[in-house]
Design a binder for this molecule. Structure first.
Ligand SMILES: CC(C)(COP(=O)(O)OP(=O)(O)OC[C@H]1O[C@@H](n2cnc3c(N)ncnc32)[C@H](O)[C@@H]1OP(=O)(O)O)[C@@H](O)C(=O)NCCC(=O)NCCS
Length: 180
C-alpha cells in the first residue's frame, strides 16, 4: 500500500491529548509556554496538527487578536520527526488560516529566530506588538529579562485592541499604546 503523505489539518477535540503531550515535551525547559489540557480543549479551534499516516507528529496554533494581529503559538514537531519539512508546513498552514481571516500581521516570540526567518519572519521590537504585551508579557516573571525574540510577518499593527493592564504604565514608561 502507498504511504500517505505528511499533511496538516485543523485539530479536533480528540487530538487534544496528543497536542498536550507534544507541547509538554518542550515546555519543561521554557522553549514553549506550558498549556494545560483544559486550555488546549478550550482553544482547540486555534490548532493545526501535522500528521503522517494518521499519526500526529506536530502542532501549532494561531491566536487571533483582530484583523490587525494574530500570533503563532505552541508550534512544535516531535523530536523524531524534525528536519523533514513538518515545521515549515505548520507555519504555512497557520499563515493560510491567518490569510483566510484577512489578518494583516502575524507575530510570534521565539528562541529559534533562524527557523522563523527562513519562513519569512523579521525581527521586531516587542513594543511594536502591544496586544501581546498586554495579554501575556506584562504578567510574565521574565518581563524585564526576556530572552525571546519578537518576530513579525506583514504590516505592524497601528493600534492595540486590548486595554492596557492596570498599573502597567508605572513599570514601563516608554510604552506607547496607540500608534495611529
Ligand atoms: C522549530 C521546529 C518546529 C522546526 O520543525 P522542523 O520540522 O524540524 O522544521 P523543518 O524541517 O520544516 O525546517 C524548515 C527550515 O528551517 C530550518 N530549521 C529547522 N529548525 C531550525 C532551527 N532550530 N534553527 C534554525 N533553522 C532551523 C531547516 O533547516 C529548514 O531549512 P531549509 O528549508 O532551508 O532546509 C522544531 O525544531 C521544534 O519543534 N522545535 C522545538 C519546539 C520549538 O522550538 N518551537 C518553536 C518555538 S516558538
Amino acid at each position: 500500500m502507498l504511504r500517505k503523505l505528511m499533511r496538516t489539518r485543523k485539530a479536533i477535540l480528540p487530538d487534544a491529548a496528543q497536542i498536550h503531550e507534544l507541547i509538554a515535551t518542550y515546555s519543561g525547559d521554557g522553549t514553549l509556554l506550558p498549556r494545560t489540557l483544559a486550555e488546549i480543549c478550550e482553544n482547540v479551534r486555534d490548532f493545526v496538527v501535522l500528521e503522517d499516516d494518521g499519526r500526529i507528529m506536530g502542532c501549532g496554533a494561531l491566536h487571533l487578536y483582530g484583523t490587525h494581529l494574530a500570533e503563532i503559538r505552541s508550534i512544535t514537531v516531535a523530536p523524531w520527526a524534525q528536519g523533514r519539512g513538518g515545521g515549515g508546513r505548520l507555519v504555512k498552514a497557520l499563515m493560510t488560516e491567518a490569510k483566510r481571516h484577512r489578518v494583516g500581521c502575524i507575530c510570534l516570540f521565539t528562541r529559534k529566530p533562524e527557523f522563523f526567518a527562513a519562513q519569512g519572519f523579521s525581527v521586531a521590537q516587542r513594543d511594536d506588538i502591544p496586544d501581546k504585551i498586554y495579554k501575556d508579557c506584562h504578567a510574565c516573571p521574565r518581563f524585564h529579562c526576556c530572552d525571546e525574540v519578537a518576530m513579525v510577518r506583514g504590516d505592524l499593527p497601528k493600534f492595540a485592541i486590548l486595554p492596557e493592564p492596570a498599573g502597567f504604565g508605572k513599570s514601563t514608561s516608554s510604552f506607547v499604546q496607540l500608534r495611529l
